[in-house]
Design a protein around this ligand. Structure first.
Ligand SMILES: Cc1ncc(COP(=O)(O)O)c(C=O)c1O
Length: 393
């Protein structure tokens, strides 16, 4: 026992009126997804949970376009856990990895490879622009010994959509296995495993699938998962082969999973499959257009050229002397959450339209943005914000 006083932190103030998440995960989820978490207590060894796991794995493969010939393995952990599980489980000792990077999340693949001491070269391409498939072709021509290629489909850091279907065909023709980080694209950007030859597709629950944070997954053909038996594990917890064996052969999780999140993911997947990827993509894109139009009308510069933009994320330059961190913190205090994405040379914020949003939500974003800019940067852009909102230009 100690007499030391208990230290109690200041509780974070949650603004009234509800929080509006305009972030690339976690996202606003449907009420039925939120309610699924509270539905019941559940043990992970129960038949009902095992059935739910099998159902979730089937729906994930289906959402990725690989319904019949693909399966998926579910992991408890954020998207990075699934990326690390793939990179450290599918690369034998003599593997040679080529990472294609045009931003922060591409660089993360390289960082994971470095931790696991994989032989890895990085094709670093311009940030804020989509990857040029020709550059990948040239890199593979120059390195015929590459065994695996890894890249991100949606480089969320600035909202750049990479042409993964076209690159998949190039990689397949050259021979290496193709690993794709689809963490912020699965569910809302076009990628169809039945037609686009991706060997390992990684995703997470809490972005375009619109479930809750804490679960991630890997989608691949069963033969690919089986072939991992020949590769020694580099990680105990993230050994993809062991997770596959437990889930495929026994419908059982290898370790204790986030059981309640599984229920929420099952519900979210039912909604996602019902809506379909094209409709969800169009819904996000319509809200993104509203965001892009409003930002441009305020004189705020968008960073990604039109053809390279994703359906869901918009990056804009924060006008100096304001910093992105200050802008985002002030907006968060008012209940509207966007993320800073600055680089060493540029103050940048990103607005995402993933999740259950409405045009009214986007209007609320602009009201809070205008108030915040007026308070923090009174002489900067947007002096006539009220006129803009009223549609007066
Ligand atoms: C493309 C991409 N890859 C990886 C990650 C990392 O995911 P997590 O934060 O869930 O580990 C993110 C997160 O936003 C992402 O957008």
């Amino acid at each position: 026992m100690t007499d030391a006083p208990r230290v109690v932190g200041t509780p974070a103030r949650i603004p009234a009126g509800g929080r509006l998440l305009l972030t690339p995960g976690p996202v606003a989820v449907a009420p039925s997804v939120r309610q699924a978490v509270a539905r019941t207590d559940l043990g992970h060894r129960e038949v009902v949970t095992r059935r739910c796991l099998a159902e979730v794995r089937r729906k994930l493969a289906s959402l990725c376009g690989g319904a019949d010939q693909y399966t998926s393995v579910l992991l408890t952990g954020s998207g990075t856990a699934a990326l690390e599980a793939v990179l450290c489980s599918v690369t034998p000792a003599d593997a040679e990895l080529l990472v294609v990077s045009n931003g922060r999340f591409g660089d993360r693949l390289e960082q994971i490879a470095a931790v696991h001491k994989l032989r890895c070269a990085t094709l670093r391409l311009p940030v804020g622009r989509a990857v040029d498939p020709v550059a990948v072709q040239q890199a593979l021509d120059a390195r015929p010994t590459v065994t695996h290629v890894a890249m991100v489909q949606h480089e969320t850091s600035l909202g750049v959509l990479n042409p993964v279907p076209a690159i998949a065909r190039i990689v397949r023709a050259a021979g290496p296995e193709f690993i794709v980080d689809g963490i912020s694209s699965i569910g809302a950007e076009q990628l169809d495993l039945a037609h686009d030859p991706v060997d390992w597709l990684v995703g997470s629950a809490n972005k375009c699938i619109e479930a809750l944070a804490g679960l991630s997954f890997v989608c691949a053909r069963p033969e690919r998962f089986e072939s991992l038996a020949a590769i020694g594990p580099r990680s105990f917890y993230l050994d993809l082969h062991q997770h596959y064996l437990a889930q495929q052969r026994n419908d059982a999780p290898l370790f204790t999973p986030a059981v309640q999140l599984l229920l929420a993911l099952d519900e979210a997947l039912a909604l996602a499959l019902d809506e379909g990827v094209p409709a969800r993509s169009a819904r996000y894109a319509a809200h993104s257009e509203q965001v892009r139009d409003g930002l441009s009308r305020r004189g705020l510069r968008l960073l990604v050229p039109v053809p390279d933009r994703s359906s869901s994320v918009t990056a804009f330059e924060v006008p100096p002397p304001l910093t992105a961190a200050r802008l985002c913190d002030a907006m968060s205090a008012a209940g509207v959450v966007i993320y800073p994405a600055s680089s060493v040379t540029q103050e940048v914020a990103i607005v995402a339209t993933m999740g259950q949003l409405t045009t009214e939500d986007v209007k609320r974003f602009f009201l809070v943005l205008d108030e915040t800019l007026a308070a923090l940067s009174p002489s900067g852009v947007c002096r006539d914000a009220s006129r803009l909102e009223a549609g007066v230009h």
